[in-house]
Design a protein around this ligand. Sequence first.
Ligand code: G4P
Length: 534
Amino acid sequence: MAQASPVTAGAGSIAEEAARRRTFAIISHPDAGKTTLTEKLLLYGGQIAEAGAVHAKRNRKASTSDFMEIERKRGISVSSTVLRFEHREVVFNLLDTPGHRDFSEDTLRVLAAADAAVMLLDAAKGVEPQTLRLFEVARARGIPLLTFVNKYDRPGLEPLEMLDHIETVLQITPVASTWPVGIPGDFRGVVDRNTGVFHRFTRTAGGATEASEELLDAAAAHEREGDAWDVAQEELELPDHAGADFDAEGFASGRTTPVFFGSAVSNFGVGLLLEALETLAPSPRPQPVAGGDGARALDAPFSSLVFKVQANMDPRHRDRVAFMRVCSGVFERGMRATNARTGKPFALAYAHEVFGDERAVLDTAYPGDVVGVVNAADLRVGDTLYVGDAVEFPEIPTLAPEHFVTVRNRDTSRHKQFHRGIEQLAEEGVVHVLRRDPVADPNPVLAGVGPLQFEVAVDRLEREFGVTVGVDPARWTVARRTDAEGEAAIRRSGAGDVLYRRDGTPLAVFVDEWWLERFARDNPDVTLDRLLTR
Ligand code: G4P
Protein backbone atom coordinates (compact mmCIF):
# COMPACT_ATOMS: atom_id res chain seq x y z
CA MET A 1 0.00 0.00 0.00
CA ALA A 2 1.17 3.50 -0.66
CA GLN A 3 2.35 5.47 2.29
CA ALA A 4 3.08 9.07 3.06
CA SER A 5 6.43 10.46 2.10
CA PRO A 6 9.07 9.82 4.72
CA VAL A 7 10.58 13.27 4.19
CA THR A 8 10.95 15.14 7.46
CA ALA A 9 9.12 18.40 7.88
CA GLY A 10 11.35 21.31 7.03
CA ALA A 11 12.70 23.09 10.04
CA GLY A 12 15.36 25.20 8.41
CA SER A 13 15.20 28.52 6.57
CA ILE A 14 14.13 28.56 2.93
CA ALA A 15 17.78 28.77 1.88
CA GLU A 16 18.70 25.80 4.05
CA GLU A 17 15.77 23.74 2.86
CA ALA A 18 16.54 24.54 -0.80
CA ALA A 19 20.20 23.69 -0.27
CA ARG A 20 19.35 20.15 0.83
CA ARG A 21 17.13 19.43 -2.21
CA ARG A 22 18.28 17.55 -5.33
CA THR A 23 15.66 17.51 -8.07
CA PHE A 24 16.62 15.29 -10.99
CA ALA A 25 15.32 13.01 -13.72
CA ILE A 26 16.67 9.78 -15.22
CA ILE A 27 16.53 9.62 -18.98
CA SER A 28 17.12 6.42 -20.87
CA HIS A 29 16.06 4.12 -23.65
CA PRO A 30 13.41 1.57 -22.62
CA ASP A 31 15.10 -1.52 -21.16
CA ALA A 32 18.35 0.25 -20.26
CA GLY A 33 17.42 -0.31 -16.62
CA LYS A 34 15.63 2.83 -15.40
CA THR A 35 13.11 0.92 -13.31
CA THR A 36 15.87 -1.19 -11.79
CA LEU A 37 18.12 1.80 -11.10
CA THR A 38 15.26 3.77 -9.54
CA GLU A 39 14.48 0.88 -7.28
CA LYS A 40 18.13 0.53 -6.31
CA LEU A 41 18.45 4.24 -5.57
CA LEU A 42 15.55 3.74 -3.16
CA LEU A 43 17.33 0.78 -1.66
CA TYR A 44 20.54 2.75 -1.17
CA GLY A 45 18.53 5.76 -0.05
CA GLY A 46 17.27 3.56 2.78
CA GLN A 47 13.65 3.72 1.59
CA ILE A 48 13.12 0.02 1.08
CA ALA A 49 14.77 -2.84 2.91
CA GLU A 50 14.85 -5.22 0.01
CA ALA A 51 14.59 -4.85 -3.74
CA GLY A 52 13.53 -7.46 -6.25
CA ALA A 53 13.67 -7.51 -10.00
CA VAL A 54 10.68 -5.94 -11.68
CA HIS A 55 9.18 -8.60 -13.87
CA ALA A 56 6.76 -9.08 -16.70
CA LYS A 57 6.69 -5.79 -18.45
CA ARG A 58 5.69 -7.25 -21.76
CA ASN A 59 2.17 -5.91 -21.63
CA ARG A 60 3.18 -2.51 -20.48
CA LYS A 61 2.01 0.38 -22.61
CA ALA A 62 4.69 2.79 -23.66
CA SER A 63 2.81 5.65 -22.06
CA THR A 64 2.54 4.00 -18.67
CA SER A 65 4.62 5.58 -16.01
CA ASP A 66 7.65 3.58 -14.97
CA PHE A 67 7.04 4.63 -11.39
CA MET A 68 3.52 3.22 -11.52
CA GLU A 69 5.06 0.01 -12.72
CA ILE A 70 7.37 -0.19 -9.73
CA GLU A 71 4.51 0.55 -7.44
CA ARG A 72 2.37 -2.17 -8.92
CA LYS A 73 5.06 -4.78 -8.89
CA ARG A 74 6.64 -3.93 -5.60
CA GLY A 75 3.90 -2.35 -3.58
CA ILE A 76 6.15 0.53 -2.63
CA SER A 77 5.22 4.12 -2.34
CA VAL A 78 5.93 6.07 -5.47
CA SER A 79 4.13 8.75 -7.36
CA SER A 80 3.62 8.58 -11.06
CA THR A 81 5.42 11.87 -11.43
CA VAL A 82 7.81 12.41 -8.60
CA LEU A 83 9.41 10.11 -6.15
CA ARG A 84 10.63 11.86 -3.05
CA PHE A 85 13.05 10.37 -0.57
CA GLU A 86 15.42 11.57 2.05
CA HIS A 87 18.88 10.19 2.60
CA ARG A 88 21.49 11.60 4.95
CA GLU A 89 19.61 14.89 5.29
CA VAL A 90 19.33 15.32 1.51
CA VAL A 91 15.84 15.38 0.00
CA PHE A 92 15.85 13.79 -3.46
CA ASN A 93 13.02 14.54 -5.88
CA LEU A 94 13.31 12.04 -8.72
CA LEU A 95 11.08 13.04 -11.64
CA ASP A 96 9.70 10.41 -14.00
CA THR A 97 10.30 10.69 -17.74
CA PRO A 98 8.92 8.44 -20.46
CA GLY A 99 11.59 6.36 -22.15
CA HIS A 100 10.17 6.41 -25.64
CA ARG A 101 11.39 8.93 -28.16
CA ASP A 102 7.81 9.66 -29.27
CA PHE A 103 7.24 11.23 -25.87
CA SER A 104 10.34 13.48 -25.97
CA GLU A 105 8.13 16.49 -25.40
CA ASP A 106 7.07 15.15 -22.03
CA THR A 107 10.74 14.74 -21.22
CA LEU A 108 11.39 18.33 -22.25
CA ARG A 109 8.66 19.52 -19.88
CA VAL A 110 9.95 17.40 -17.01
CA LEU A 111 13.47 18.71 -17.59
CA ALA A 112 12.11 22.24 -17.20
CA ALA A 113 11.41 21.25 -13.59
CA ALA A 114 14.67 19.36 -12.96
CA ASP A 115 18.04 20.72 -11.86
CA ALA A 116 20.03 17.76 -13.20
CA ALA A 117 19.55 14.53 -15.11
CA VAL A 118 21.07 11.09 -15.05
CA MET A 119 21.71 9.75 -18.53
CA LEU A 120 21.44 6.00 -18.24
CA LEU A 121 23.12 3.87 -20.91
CA ASP A 122 23.26 0.15 -21.54
CA ALA A 123 26.95 -0.90 -21.61
CA ALA A 124 26.36 -3.07 -24.67
CA LYS A 125 24.29 -0.55 -26.63
CA GLY A 126 25.49 2.94 -25.74
CA VAL A 127 23.32 5.74 -27.05
CA GLU A 128 20.61 4.06 -29.06
CA PRO A 129 19.37 5.95 -32.14
CA GLN A 130 15.76 6.08 -30.97
CA THR A 131 16.80 7.72 -27.72
CA LEU A 132 19.20 10.22 -29.17
CA ARG A 133 16.37 12.74 -29.29
CA LEU A 134 15.81 12.49 -25.54
CA PHE A 135 19.45 13.15 -24.82
CA GLU A 136 19.55 16.00 -27.31
CA VAL A 137 16.64 17.53 -25.47
CA ALA A 138 18.59 17.30 -22.21
CA ARG A 139 21.67 18.77 -23.89
CA ALA A 140 19.63 21.62 -25.32
CA ARG A 141 18.36 22.47 -21.83
CA GLY A 142 21.99 22.82 -20.75
CA ILE A 143 21.37 21.18 -17.39
CA PRO A 144 24.06 19.16 -15.63
CA LEU A 145 24.12 15.55 -16.79
CA LEU A 146 25.55 12.59 -14.93
CA THR A 147 26.05 9.40 -16.94
CA PHE A 148 25.55 5.91 -15.55
CA VAL A 149 26.78 3.07 -17.77
CA ASN A 150 24.64 0.15 -16.70
CA LYS A 151 24.80 -3.63 -17.17
CA TYR A 152 28.56 -3.74 -16.91
CA ASP A 153 28.19 -7.25 -15.52
CA ARG A 154 27.49 -8.33 -19.11
CA PRO A 155 29.69 -8.17 -22.19
CA GLY A 156 29.68 -4.67 -23.62
CA LEU A 157 31.86 -1.84 -24.91
CA GLU A 158 35.26 -1.35 -23.28
CA PRO A 159 35.20 1.74 -21.03
CA LEU A 160 37.40 3.80 -23.37
CA GLU A 161 35.22 2.86 -26.33
CA MET A 162 32.16 3.90 -24.35
CA LEU A 163 33.63 7.32 -23.58
CA ASP A 164 34.54 7.86 -27.24
CA HIS A 165 31.07 6.81 -28.26
CA ILE A 166 29.40 9.26 -25.84
CA GLU A 167 31.58 12.08 -27.07
CA THR A 168 31.03 11.36 -30.76
CA VAL A 169 27.30 10.82 -30.61
CA LEU A 170 26.30 13.47 -28.09
CA GLN A 171 29.04 16.03 -28.48
CA ILE A 172 29.53 16.20 -24.75
CA THR A 173 32.85 15.56 -23.01
CA PRO A 174 32.66 12.51 -20.77
CA VAL A 175 34.94 12.45 -17.75
CA ALA A 176 35.17 9.19 -15.85
CA SER A 177 34.30 9.59 -12.16
CA THR A 178 34.71 5.91 -11.52
CA TRP A 179 36.64 3.39 -13.56
CA PRO A 180 35.75 -0.27 -13.89
CA VAL A 181 38.15 -2.99 -12.80
CA GLY A 182 37.71 -6.19 -14.76
CA ILE A 183 36.30 -6.52 -18.24
CA PRO A 184 32.61 -6.18 -19.10
CA GLY A 185 31.17 -9.52 -18.09
CA ASP A 186 33.82 -10.04 -15.41
CA PHE A 187 33.20 -6.95 -13.39
CA ARG A 188 35.13 -6.77 -10.11
CA GLY A 189 34.29 -3.26 -8.99
CA VAL A 190 35.21 0.37 -9.61
CA VAL A 191 37.95 2.77 -8.58
CA ASP A 192 36.63 6.03 -7.25
CA ARG A 193 38.86 8.51 -9.07
CA ASN A 194 38.38 11.12 -6.38
CA THR A 195 39.82 9.02 -3.63
CA GLY A 196 41.76 6.34 -5.51
CA VAL A 197 39.91 3.76 -3.44
CA PHE A 198 38.87 0.49 -5.06
CA HIS A 199 35.26 -0.47 -4.33
CA ARG A 200 35.25 -4.21 -4.65
CA PHE A 201 31.80 -5.63 -4.99
CA THR A 202 30.35 -8.95 -4.08
CA ARG A 203 27.09 -10.06 -5.57
CA THR A 204 24.13 -10.54 -3.28
CA ALA A 205 21.37 -12.93 -4.27
CA GLY A 206 19.49 -11.20 -7.10
CA GLY A 207 20.83 -7.85 -5.91
CA ALA A 208 18.07 -7.80 -3.31
CA THR A 209 20.13 -6.08 -0.65
CA GLU A 210 22.99 -3.60 -0.89
CA ALA A 211 26.03 -5.22 -2.48
CA SER A 212 28.66 -5.77 0.14
CA GLU A 213 31.47 -3.46 -0.71
CA GLU A 214 35.03 -3.84 0.34
CA LEU A 215 37.12 -0.69 0.20
CA LEU A 216 40.73 -1.38 -0.74
CA ASP A 217 43.69 0.92 -1.26
CA ALA A 218 45.89 0.58 -4.37
CA ALA A 219 48.33 -1.92 -2.86
CA ALA A 220 45.58 -4.16 -1.53
CA ALA A 221 43.66 -3.89 -4.81
CA HIS A 222 46.75 -4.91 -6.80
CA GLU A 223 47.25 -7.84 -4.48
CA ARG A 224 43.66 -8.92 -4.81
CA GLU A 225 42.87 -8.32 -8.47
CA GLY A 226 46.34 -8.57 -10.08
CA ASP A 227 46.21 -7.88 -13.83
CA ALA A 228 42.66 -6.54 -13.81
CA TRP A 229 43.75 -3.80 -11.40
CA ASP A 230 46.94 -3.00 -13.34
CA VAL A 231 45.05 -2.67 -16.62
CA ALA A 232 42.57 -0.25 -15.03
CA GLN A 233 45.49 1.82 -13.67
CA GLU A 234 47.14 1.94 -17.10
CA GLU A 235 43.90 3.07 -18.73
CA LEU A 236 43.50 5.77 -16.13
CA GLU A 237 46.93 7.14 -16.92
CA LEU A 238 46.03 7.72 -20.56
CA PRO A 239 45.89 11.44 -21.25
CA ASP A 240 42.26 11.49 -22.43
CA HIS A 241 38.87 11.61 -20.74
CA ALA A 242 39.73 8.69 -18.55
CA GLY A 243 42.56 10.76 -17.13
CA ALA A 244 40.85 14.14 -17.36
CA ASP A 245 39.86 15.89 -14.18
CA PHE A 246 36.34 16.73 -13.28
CA ASP A 247 35.48 20.19 -14.58
CA ALA A 248 32.85 21.76 -12.33
CA GLU A 249 32.07 24.61 -14.72
CA GLY A 250 31.72 22.30 -17.73
CA PHE A 251 29.41 20.07 -15.71
CA ALA A 252 27.24 22.97 -14.53
CA SER A 253 26.67 24.12 -18.10
CA GLY A 254 26.09 20.63 -19.50
CA ARG A 255 29.30 20.55 -21.59
CA THR A 256 30.93 17.70 -19.70
CA THR A 257 29.39 14.72 -17.98
CA PRO A 258 30.88 12.67 -15.16
CA VAL A 259 30.59 8.96 -16.00
CA PHE A 260 29.91 6.16 -13.53
CA PHE A 261 30.17 2.48 -14.40
CA GLY A 262 27.97 -0.07 -12.72
CA SER A 263 25.31 -2.70 -12.76
CA ALA A 264 22.00 -1.69 -11.29
CA VAL A 265 20.68 -5.22 -11.10
CA SER A 266 23.57 -6.32 -8.92
CA ASN A 267 23.82 -2.93 -7.19
CA PHE A 268 27.38 -2.28 -8.40
CA GLY A 269 28.12 1.42 -8.42
CA VAL A 270 24.65 2.53 -7.30
CA GLY A 271 25.86 3.85 -3.94
CA LEU A 272 28.53 5.96 -5.66
CA LEU A 273 25.97 7.40 -8.06
CA LEU A 274 23.71 8.38 -5.17
CA GLU A 275 26.68 9.99 -3.46
CA ALA A 276 27.47 11.92 -6.64
CA LEU A 277 23.88 13.13 -6.86
CA GLU A 278 24.34 14.43 -3.35
CA THR A 279 27.73 16.05 -3.86
CA LEU A 280 27.78 17.03 -7.55
CA ALA A 281 24.16 17.67 -8.58
CA PRO A 282 23.15 21.25 -7.89
CA SER A 283 20.52 22.30 -5.39
CA PRO A 284 17.73 24.60 -6.66
CA ARG A 285 18.93 27.97 -7.89
CA PRO A 286 17.05 31.24 -8.36
CA GLN A 287 14.87 30.62 -11.41
CA PRO A 288 15.39 33.02 -14.36
CA VAL A 289 12.23 34.98 -15.16
CA ALA A 290 10.66 35.56 -18.58
CA GLY A 291 12.17 38.25 -20.76
CA GLY A 292 15.68 37.66 -19.41
CA ASP A 293 15.08 40.14 -16.62
CA GLY A 294 16.89 38.61 -13.64
CA ALA A 295 15.83 35.69 -11.49
CA ARG A 296 13.37 35.03 -8.67
CA ALA A 297 15.37 34.78 -5.43
CA LEU A 298 14.84 31.51 -3.58
CA ASP A 299 13.66 33.31 -0.47
CA ALA A 300 11.25 35.58 -2.37
CA PRO A 301 7.56 34.88 -1.71
CA PHE A 302 6.14 31.62 -3.11
CA SER A 303 6.25 31.01 -6.87
CA SER A 304 5.95 27.85 -8.94
CA LEU A 305 5.98 26.57 -12.51
CA VAL A 306 3.37 24.12 -13.81
CA PHE A 307 5.28 21.57 -15.92
CA LYS A 308 2.78 18.77 -16.29
CA VAL A 309 -0.99 18.46 -16.39
CA GLN A 310 -2.62 15.10 -16.34
CA ALA A 311 -6.30 14.25 -16.36
CA ASN A 312 -7.89 11.07 -15.12
CA MET A 313 -4.67 9.68 -13.71
CA ASP A 314 -6.62 7.38 -11.55
CA PRO A 315 -10.04 6.09 -12.62
CA ARG A 316 -11.24 6.47 -9.03
CA HIS A 317 -10.43 10.18 -9.09
CA ARG A 318 -11.72 11.52 -12.37
CA ASP A 319 -10.08 14.86 -12.23
CA ARG A 320 -7.18 16.85 -13.45
CA VAL A 321 -3.90 17.17 -11.59
CA ALA A 322 -1.38 19.92 -12.33
CA PHE A 323 2.18 19.29 -11.19
CA MET A 324 4.20 22.33 -10.28
CA ARG A 325 7.72 22.80 -9.13
CA VAL A 326 8.21 25.23 -6.32
CA CYS A 327 10.67 27.89 -7.53
CA SER A 328 10.78 30.26 -4.56
CA GLY A 329 9.46 30.66 -1.05
CA VAL A 330 7.46 28.17 0.94
CA PHE A 331 4.37 26.46 -0.37
CA GLU A 332 1.67 26.15 2.26
CA ARG A 333 -1.53 24.30 1.63
CA GLY A 334 -4.52 26.59 1.43
CA MET A 335 -2.52 29.60 0.27
CA ARG A 336 -3.90 31.86 -2.43
CA ALA A 337 -1.63 32.55 -5.36
CA THR A 338 -2.09 34.43 -8.63
CA ASN A 339 -1.91 32.77 -12.03
CA ALA A 340 0.39 35.02 -14.08
CA ARG A 341 -1.28 34.00 -17.38
CA THR A 342 -4.82 34.94 -16.37
CA GLY A 343 -4.11 37.40 -13.57
CA LYS A 344 -6.73 35.52 -11.56
CA PRO A 345 -6.35 34.25 -7.99
CA PHE A 346 -5.90 30.53 -7.53
CA ALA A 347 -6.58 28.80 -4.21
CA LEU A 348 -4.12 26.00 -3.48
CA ALA A 349 -6.49 24.18 -1.19
CA TYR A 350 -6.30 20.81 -2.87
CA ALA A 351 -2.57 20.36 -3.00
CA HIS A 352 -1.28 16.89 -2.55
CA GLU A 353 1.68 14.76 -2.87
CA VAL A 354 0.18 12.38 -5.37
CA PHE A 355 0.96 8.71 -5.09
CA GLY A 356 -0.17 6.13 -7.59
CA ASP A 357 -3.36 5.19 -5.86
CA GLU A 358 -3.35 7.37 -2.85
CA ARG A 359 -2.92 11.02 -2.19
CA ALA A 360 -1.20 12.36 0.84
CA VAL A 361 -2.09 15.87 1.79
CA LEU A 362 0.95 18.05 1.45
CA ASP A 363 1.20 20.95 3.85
CA THR A 364 4.57 22.48 3.11
CA ALA A 365 7.02 22.38 0.22
CA TYR A 366 10.26 24.19 -0.59
CA PRO A 367 12.12 25.18 -3.77
CA GLY A 368 12.83 22.06 -5.82
CA ASP A 369 9.82 20.14 -4.48
CA VAL A 370 6.91 19.12 -6.69
CA VAL A 371 3.32 19.64 -5.64
CA GLY A 372 0.32 18.00 -7.30
CA VAL A 373 -2.66 20.35 -7.46
CA VAL A 374 -5.90 18.41 -7.72
CA ASN A 375 -8.97 19.81 -9.51
CA ALA A 376 -6.75 22.17 -11.39
CA ALA A 377 -9.10 22.86 -14.28
CA ASP A 378 -7.69 26.36 -14.76
CA LEU A 379 -4.02 25.41 -14.84
CA ARG A 380 -2.05 24.72 -18.00
CA VAL A 381 1.46 23.56 -18.72
CA GLY A 382 3.78 26.57 -18.49
CA ASP A 383 1.66 28.56 -16.02
CA THR A 384 3.39 30.49 -13.25
CA LEU A 385 1.71 30.86 -9.86
CA TYR A 386 3.00 33.45 -7.46
CA VAL A 387 2.41 35.30 -4.24
CA GLY A 388 3.66 38.84 -3.64
CA ASP A 389 5.64 40.52 -6.43
CA ALA A 390 4.36 39.43 -9.83
CA VAL A 391 6.61 37.02 -11.72
CA GLU A 392 6.37 34.89 -14.83
CA PHE A 393 8.80 32.12 -15.75
CA PRO A 394 9.84 31.59 -19.38
CA GLU A 395 7.59 29.44 -21.54
CA ILE A 396 8.52 25.78 -21.72
CA PRO A 397 9.75 25.09 -25.24
CA THR A 398 8.05 22.45 -27.33
CA LEU A 399 9.57 20.48 -30.18
CA ALA A 400 8.78 20.85 -33.84
CA PRO A 401 6.36 18.07 -34.81
CA GLU A 402 7.40 15.52 -37.40
CA HIS A 403 4.16 13.55 -37.71
CA PHE A 404 0.72 14.86 -38.61
CA VAL A 405 -2.76 13.38 -38.90
CA THR A 406 -6.17 14.85 -39.57
CA VAL A 407 -8.69 13.76 -36.99
CA ARG A 408 -12.41 13.36 -37.76
CA ASN A 409 -15.24 12.93 -35.33
CA ARG A 410 -17.25 9.93 -36.52
CA ASP A 411 -20.21 10.58 -34.28
CA THR A 412 -21.71 14.00 -34.95
CA SER A 413 -24.03 13.73 -31.95
CA ARG A 414 -20.93 13.94 -29.75
CA HIS A 415 -19.61 17.14 -31.24
CA LYS A 416 -19.19 18.86 -27.88
CA GLN A 417 -17.34 15.95 -26.29
CA PHE A 418 -15.05 15.74 -29.32
CA HIS A 419 -14.01 19.36 -28.99
CA ARG A 420 -13.71 19.19 -25.21
CA GLY A 421 -11.49 16.12 -25.56
CA ILE A 422 -9.30 17.72 -28.19
CA GLU A 423 -8.94 20.83 -26.05
CA GLN A 424 -8.02 18.72 -23.01
CA LEU A 425 -5.34 16.79 -24.90
CA ALA A 426 -3.88 20.03 -26.20
CA GLU A 427 -3.76 21.60 -22.76
CA GLU A 428 -2.01 18.58 -21.33
CA GLY A 429 0.45 18.65 -24.22
CA VAL A 430 -0.40 15.08 -25.30
CA VAL A 431 -0.39 16.28 -28.91
CA HIS A 432 -0.26 19.63 -30.69
CA VAL A 433 -3.64 20.60 -32.04
CA LEU A 434 -3.43 22.65 -35.22
CA ARG A 435 -6.07 24.12 -37.49
CA ARG A 436 -6.21 24.98 -41.15
CA ASP A 437 -8.25 28.01 -40.30
CA PRO A 438 -7.20 30.18 -37.33
CA VAL A 439 -10.78 30.47 -36.06
CA ALA A 440 -12.25 27.00 -36.38
CA ASP A 441 -11.61 23.71 -38.09
CA PRO A 442 -14.05 20.82 -37.77
CA ASN A 443 -11.26 18.36 -38.58
CA PRO A 444 -8.22 19.57 -36.66
CA VAL A 445 -4.72 18.38 -37.38
CA LEU A 446 -2.90 16.56 -34.60
CA ALA A 447 0.86 16.91 -34.69
CA GLY A 448 3.60 15.32 -32.67
CA VAL A 449 7.13 14.02 -32.43
CA GLY A 450 6.02 10.42 -32.95
CA PRO A 451 2.98 8.38 -33.95
CA LEU A 452 2.56 6.84 -30.49
CA GLN A 453 1.27 10.21 -29.35
CA PHE A 454 -1.69 9.80 -31.73
CA GLU A 455 -2.42 6.33 -30.38
CA VAL A 456 -2.60 7.75 -26.89
CA ALA A 457 -4.80 10.64 -28.09
CA VAL A 458 -7.25 8.39 -29.92
CA ASP A 459 -7.43 5.98 -27.02
CA ARG A 460 -8.10 8.75 -24.53
CA LEU A 461 -10.75 10.39 -26.76
CA GLU A 462 -12.57 7.08 -26.88
CA ARG A 463 -12.21 6.03 -23.26
CA GLU A 464 -12.53 9.37 -21.49
CA PHE A 465 -14.78 11.34 -23.81
CA GLY A 466 -16.74 8.55 -25.49
CA VAL A 467 -16.02 9.73 -29.02
CA THR A 468 -15.03 7.57 -31.94
CA VAL A 469 -12.61 9.25 -34.27
CA GLY A 470 -10.99 8.50 -37.59
CA VAL A 471 -7.44 9.59 -38.34
CA ASP A 472 -6.00 10.20 -41.79
CA PRO A 473 -2.26 10.64 -42.21
CA ALA A 474 -1.32 14.10 -43.47
CA ARG A 475 1.56 14.58 -45.87
CA TRP A 476 3.70 17.03 -43.89
CA THR A 477 6.78 15.97 -41.94
CA VAL A 478 8.39 19.30 -41.09
CA ALA A 479 7.04 22.27 -39.14
CA ARG A 480 8.53 25.59 -38.14
CA ARG A 481 7.09 28.43 -36.11
CA THR A 482 6.72 31.57 -38.19
CA ASP A 483 4.93 34.94 -38.07
CA ALA A 484 2.52 36.98 -40.22
CA GLU A 485 5.26 37.82 -42.69
CA GLY A 486 6.26 34.16 -43.01
CA GLU A 487 2.64 33.15 -43.37
CA ALA A 488 2.21 35.46 -46.36
CA ALA A 489 5.50 34.32 -47.92
CA ILE A 490 4.52 30.66 -47.71
CA ARG A 491 1.14 31.27 -49.27
CA ARG A 492 2.85 33.17 -52.09
CA SER A 493 5.51 30.54 -52.67
CA GLY A 494 3.36 27.42 -52.62
CA ALA A 495 6.35 25.58 -51.11
CA GLY A 496 4.39 24.58 -48.05
CA ASP A 497 1.18 25.16 -46.11
CA VAL A 498 0.18 27.15 -43.07
CA LEU A 499 -1.47 25.70 -39.99
CA TYR A 500 -2.41 27.57 -36.84
CA ARG A 501 -1.85 26.76 -33.22
CA ARG A 502 -4.62 27.29 -30.69
CA ASP A 503 -3.13 30.62 -29.70
CA GLY A 504 -3.15 31.73 -33.35
CA THR A 505 0.61 31.32 -33.98
CA PRO A 506 1.12 30.32 -37.61
CA LEU A 507 3.23 27.27 -38.36
CA ALA A 508 4.87 26.71 -41.72
CA VAL A 509 4.54 23.05 -42.64
CA PHE A 510 6.35 21.28 -45.45
CA VAL A 511 6.24 17.85 -47.05
CA ASP A 512 9.91 17.34 -46.30
CA GLU A 513 13.22 19.05 -45.50
CA TRP A 514 13.90 19.65 -49.18
CA TRP A 515 10.89 21.95 -49.50
CA LEU A 516 11.75 23.68 -46.23
CA GLU A 517 15.30 24.33 -47.37
CA ARG A 518 14.15 25.57 -50.72
CA PHE A 519 11.70 27.97 -49.11
CA ALA A 520 14.27 29.14 -46.54
CA ARG A 521 16.80 29.80 -49.31
CA ASP A 522 14.35 31.91 -51.28
CA ASN A 523 13.14 33.74 -48.17
CA PRO A 524 16.19 34.22 -45.98
CA ASP A 525 14.56 36.84 -43.77
CA VAL A 526 11.53 34.80 -42.79
CA THR A 527 11.33 33.47 -39.19
CA LEU A 528 11.40 29.67 -39.15
CA ASP A 529 11.89 28.47 -35.60
CA ARG A 530 12.43 24.83 -34.76
CA LEU A 531 11.51 25.20 -31.09
CA LEU A 532 7.85 26.05 -30.80
CA THR A 533 6.71 27.70 -27.62
CA ARG A 534 3.21 27.33 -26.41
P1 G4P B 1 13.59 0.13 -18.08
O1 G4P B 1 12.83 0.58 -16.87
O2 G4P B 1 14.66 1.09 -18.49
O3 G4P B 1 12.75 -0.28 -19.22
O4 G4P B 1 14.43 -1.18 -17.69
P2 G4P B 1 14.29 -2.22 -16.50
O5 G4P B 1 14.82 -1.65 -15.23
O6 G4P B 1 12.97 -2.81 -16.47
O7 G4P B 1 15.36 -3.29 -17.00
C1 G4P B 1 15.24 -3.95 -18.25
C2 G4P B 1 15.90 -5.30 -18.18
O8 G4P B 1 17.30 -5.14 -17.94
C3 G4P B 1 15.38 -6.17 -17.05
O9 G4P B 1 15.44 -7.50 -17.50
C4 G4P B 1 16.39 -5.94 -15.95
O10 G4P B 1 16.46 -7.00 -15.03
C5 G4P B 1 17.67 -5.85 -16.76
N1 G4P B 1 18.72 -5.10 -16.07
C6 G4P B 1 18.64 -3.92 -15.43
N2 G4P B 1 19.84 -3.57 -14.94
C7 G4P B 1 20.71 -4.56 -15.27
C8 G4P B 1 22.11 -4.76 -15.04
O11 G4P B 1 22.80 -3.99 -14.42
N3 G4P B 1 22.64 -5.91 -15.56
C9 G4P B 1 21.90 -6.82 -16.25
N4 G4P B 1 22.53 -7.90 -16.70
N5 G4P B 1 20.59 -6.66 -16.48
C10 G4P B 1 19.99 -5.54 -15.99
P3 G4P B 1 14.19 -8.31 -18.03
O12 G4P B 1 14.71 -9.60 -18.49
O13 G4P B 1 13.40 -7.47 -18.97
O14 G4P B 1 13.31 -8.46 -16.76
P4 G4P B 1 13.61 -9.30 -15.46
O15 G4P B 1 12.81 -10.52 -15.65
O16 G4P B 1 15.07 -9.54 -15.35
O17 G4P B 1 13.09 -8.42 -14.39
